[in-house]
Design a protein around this ligand. Sequence first.
Ligand SMILES: [Zn+2]
Ligand SMILES: [Zn+2]
Length: 193
Amino acid sequence: MKTVAFVAATTVGQALTKGVCPICEILKDFQWTLSESTQPKADLRVCNFHVWALARSRGKISRSTPGETVTEVFLELLESPLIGKANSAECALCHKVLAEEVARLRELAERFQSAMFVQWMTTQGTLCLDHAPKLKEFVPLRLRPSIDKIVERNRTELKAELQVFREQLRHGAHEGGGILGRVAEFLVGQRGL
Ligand SMILES: [Zn+2]
Ligand SMILES: [Zn+2]
């Protein structure tokens, strides 16, 4: 029997070492495991974003199973009577992403109970402008200012890097464009495409 293990490939611990918002990193990875775990059902409802995410996952994942799952999902969708496109609130996959986001925010918030971890996050950690306020909801009031500190340090660092990049562009050097992706992630978070 095939086990439907629904475990994200990235843990909070691993994501923290990547120098990016750990929740964004996890969700980016999680989007790809969704195509594997999605059950083909005629009444499956998915939003625009996730129809495209499913279609793209087919080309990117080399193992055959997700591709087969997506094919089954699409066949079911084609065979079902037209029920109109689903919005994010009705989308089965958006629901799973949201549940994962909440679970991982809780996990990250628990780590804030350690003073050493708070110290590390304030001096070296990264959080995006989308997940910082969400994380605040899960930590005790007294720890909320440290989340603001993390975000402000990130903002200052990115601004400095972007200014250096702009200078470089003016001199015709185009290397280091990865900064643009990191700024985008900081501003709006990741949806994982
Ligand atoms: Zn984030
Ligand atoms: Zn969706």
